[in-house]
Design a protein. Structure first.
Lengths: 774, 56
């Protein structure tokens, strides 16, 4: 088996994670970032010990879970599963596309799980093992439980409603009391078990907060459901007509739908956070004083120790290079596309990828104290601070819930104590109050608007990840953009195509095909688009990482790479701001190829439109000054800052917030994650790192920037409708509650009034669909 | 009205079957990976494959 790095890895034509580049199955994977290609082109460390992640069950089956990157489409599933199953000893491999995970199984004790990682790297899918017990199997169980509650409630609601409709119709024709009672009994047999089972999520939550001495929306919901069911049962036993099983079960059903959608969004976010933790290297190869090397878990590495980093491995610690010279893919920390050269004395960060040669690094910080650890902590902390944001509906509920209970109780006591109506009538009136004030219009006003807004946005290519994101997005007044991958497309494109003659272009492409460096890929891509006939591939290829390629094309020695590689003095380059390659053919004069990371086609116009809406726009980038200045000018952004570390971006956002601004952060890299989490609202492109998508409220797809504008506009409109709806719900209660308190509404009338108000709120929400078209 | 004695149980039974089928599907993990299920229908591997079949 190919355990060493297969040659196909370096071959651009390999059936790699790039299978989606062809676009055949590309589902939203518009721009695969050069970053992931890089990861794929580097062999995984062979020494890392991952046996700790392996679970062995009683029957001797070994199981190991992986996070797998780059999976986008159906043929990715196939390639990954078949590739792993083809390993001798592996008995099963199953991909979960929703969570981007792979479970592999084998029985043989002698099998080395590292082989799976090696194979997947070879196929172009970097994989990281993890321990599912730590990750989040518990939330998975909660998801399932909620879904089965939903199914039971839906079944009960549909059947009870059928029987109820018959009873209502029977009230106008001449249904006999016996038939009515039979229907009530059947309804009771369906509804009561359903309420007991499906109501648990609400009852538990209500019980928990009550015990803690608080109040939430689940308290009136539980009370209304239980009281309605109990009094209906009472009516049924006495053979009377006021049974409202339908009201209690349908209420449960609708509320469970909202609860389930909510839960799913949250568990997805948690899954991606677990993924980030997997990015840190599992172990570090420490070099002892006597030169001996041994592997230790990364959290046991002490500052000051010397660590050996193999070629292609992730650097496990923050530190300073002691010896060695290499290239490092820092996209994880800085978000930039091109690798950085490091030599003795250079600072390196944990989580970055050592690309071209072994390094020895003197540890400065390890584990939680590294920059990566800090990013994770920042994201977590920011998420917590954001969760303190109280949605309009919740703010209303805080006042609403206690008021309703006091009112219902007062009604009950008033009727029972002050009139001669008797216990039963007092009870019915109190229930009518509870039902009529049932937070449906309130509980529906917000979700209805959100569901419609989500539909409108989905059509525009924007996914809502946080349900309260819309409310926060409507409040923003400042927008901060990241550069690479957000304003720009995040991949280099050949810029001076016009200055290169066809012959030189052919030769350059023949050499560049052999490299997976982003600039080589860009050259090949531009060449293929030009439609010039292909030359036979170059021979005698050698690649020196960090410098360039050389090979023989049609008998001529060709060099393609950095200025020094081609014998050009470094300052001859006309523009340092640009990414460049030089090409030497035989003894001819070197040719200059420049690349740029192009702006998204509509970046300038979108930003102009945003400015006209009155938003302040600025740019924060980890890239070098001249590049950022150029992009800022092209996009029309006046205020910009270059060379920001992730923490500096976050600080900048905090500073703006401290000034009282509400900031929308738009960014894609892992280095943006803390800033995204800190922003009042945040948007991330679908091509971005998983963790930044997880930290964002919205994810947009495609090569355009316009979805950002659409999202902001829809959020503003949605917020307007939301306020109308809440005002309506409040107005309805002001009219309806006195009627119910005075005993003028039976529970049936109350239920009808409640339904009407819900209907009006929902219809109002639909106006958003038409408004958004204009 | 006599039909009700038959029709209501029949209706409940059919609905109950649907519910039971759904709960069974849920327990057996068929709802764990909704994205993957949508894509797997595109994957052809009904025929036993040969030793080397890495092209696509």
């Amino acid at each position: 088996m190919a355990v060493s790095v297969p040659a196909s890895v370096l071959d651009a034509e390999a059936p790699a994670g790039d299978c989606c580049d062809s676009g055949a199955f590309a589902l939203g994977a518009v721009a695969l970032r050069a970053q992931s290609n890089f990861a794929a082109s580097s062999p995984p460390p062979e020494t890392t010990d991952i046996s700790a992640y392996v679970n062995v069950d009683k029957s001797g089956v070994h199981r190991l879970n992986f996070f797998v990157d780059n999976m986008q489409c159906a043929s990715c599933i196939r390639t990954v599963e078949h590739g792993v199953k083809a390993l001798p000893g592996v008995t099963g491999a199953r991909v979960n596309m929703s969570t981007r995970r792979l479970v592999a199984e084998w029985r043989d004790d002698g099998f080395r799980p590292q082989e799976i990682i090696q194979t997947l790297y070879g196929l172009g899918y970097p994989a990281v093992p993890f321990d599912p017990a730590v990750a989040e199997d518990r939330t998975n169980a909660a998801d399932r439980r909620l879904l089965s509650c939903l199914a039971v409630a839906g079944f009960a609601a549909a059947n009870v409603m059928l029987l109820s409709v018959s009873v209502w119709a029977g009230a106008f024709s001449d249904m006999g009391a016996a038939t009515r009672d039979l229907f009530h009994w059947i309804s009771a047999c369906i509804a009561l078990p359903a309420v007991v089972y499906a109501g648990q999520p609400f009852f538990r939550s209500a019980f928990r907060v009550l015990r803690a001495g608080h109040m939430n929306m689940d308290v009136p919901i539980s009370l209304a459901v239980i009281l309605a069911a109990a009094s209906s049962l009472h009516q049924t036993i006495l053979g009377r007509e006021h049974a409202y099983f339908d009201a209690s079960v349908t209420l449960l059903f609708f509320l469970l739908i909202g609860r389930y959608l909510d839960q799913r969004a949250r568990s997805h976010a948690r899954a991606t956070a677990a993924h980030l933790l997997g990015l840190t290297a599992a172990g570090a190869t420490v070099i002892g004083d006597d030169g001996e090397r041994f592997l230790v878990p990364v959290h046991q590495v002490m500052p000051g120790t010397l660590v050996h980093v193999a070629m292609g491995a992730r650097i496990p610690v923050d530190g300073v290079v002691e010896s060695g010279q290499s290239e490092i893919d820092t996209s994880l920390v800085t978000g930039e596309t091109l690798p950085t050269d490091v030599a003795t004395g250079a600072k390196v960060f944990a989580g970055t990828l050592n690309l071209s040669a072994p390094l020895q690094v003197r540890t400065a910080a390890a584990g939680q104290d590294t920059l990566l650890g800090e990013i994770v902590r920042l994201v977590e902390a920011a998420e917590q601070s954001r969760s303190r944001f109280v949605r309009v509906a919740d703010r209303a509920a805080r006042i609403y819930a206690p008021t309703v209970h006091v009112l219902a109780l007062a009604t009950f006591l008033g009727w029972w104590g002050l009139t001669s109506a008797g216990l039963e009538h007092a009870m019915m009136t109190a229930i009518a109050v509870l039902i009529i004030t049932c937070p449906c219009a309130l509980g529906l006003a917000v979700p209805a608007v959100q569901v419609v807004a989500a539909g409108v946005l989905l059509k525009a290519g924007v996914l809502i990840k946080n349900k309260d994101g819309l409310e926060r997005l409507a409040q923003i007044d400042t927008i901060v953009f990241d550069k690479t991958g957000t304003l720009t497309q995040g991949r280099p494109t050949l810029e001076n195509r016009d200055q290169i003659n066809a012959r030189a272009f052919q030769i350059a492409a023949a050499v560049a095909t052999h490299s997976s460096h982003p600039l080589s890929r860009a050259t090949v891509q531009a060449f293929e688009e030009s439609g010039i006939a292909r030359l036979p591939s170059a021979t005698n290829i050698s690649e020196v990482p960090g410098k360039g390629l050389s090979g023989i094309v049609e008998g001529l020695t060709v060099k393609l790479g950095s200025p020094s590689w081609c014998g050009v003095a470094k300052d001859t380059g006309p523009d340092d701001a640009k990414m460049q390659l030089w090409l030497c053919i035989g003894d001819g004069a070197p040719l200059h190829l420049t690349f740029s990371d192009e702006l998204r086609a509509d970046a300038a116009s979108t930003i102009e439109a945003l400015k006209q809406f009155g938003y302040g726009v600025s740019l924060l980038s980890g890239d070098r000054q001249p590049v950022v200045a150029m992009v800022a000018q092209a996009a029309g952004i006046g205020s910009w800052q270059a060379e920001c570390l992730p923490t500096e971006k976050a600080e900048q956002i905090e500073r703006l917030s401290a000034e009282g601004r509400k900031v929308l952060m738009v960014g894609d890299g892992l280095n943006d994650a803390p800033a995204l989490a800190l922003g009042h609202a945040s948007i991330s492109p679908a091509s971005g790192a998983d963790i930044s998508q997880a930290a964002s409220d919205f994810v947009f797809q495609g090569d355009h920037l316009i979805p950002v504008l659409t999202a902001v506009r829809v959020a503003r409109m949605a917020n307007g409708l939301l306020k109308q709806n809440i005002a309506f719900a409040a107005g309805y209660n002001i009219i309806a509650v006195p009627i119910a308190v005075l005993g003028l509404a039976t529970p049936l009338v109350a239920a009808a009034a409640m339904s009407m108000s819900s209907l009006i709120v929902s219809l109002n929400a639909f106006r958003l669909r038409f408004a958004a078209r204009k | 009205m006599d039909m009700l004695i038959i029709l209501i149980p029949v209706a409940l039974l059919l609905g109950g079957l649907g519910l039971a089928a759904f709960l069974w599907a849920l327990r057996s993990g068929q709802f764990d990976d909704l994205d993957g299920a949508a894509m797997r229908i595109l994957v052809d591997d009904d025929t036993p494959k040969k030793a080397d079949d890495s092209d696509s």
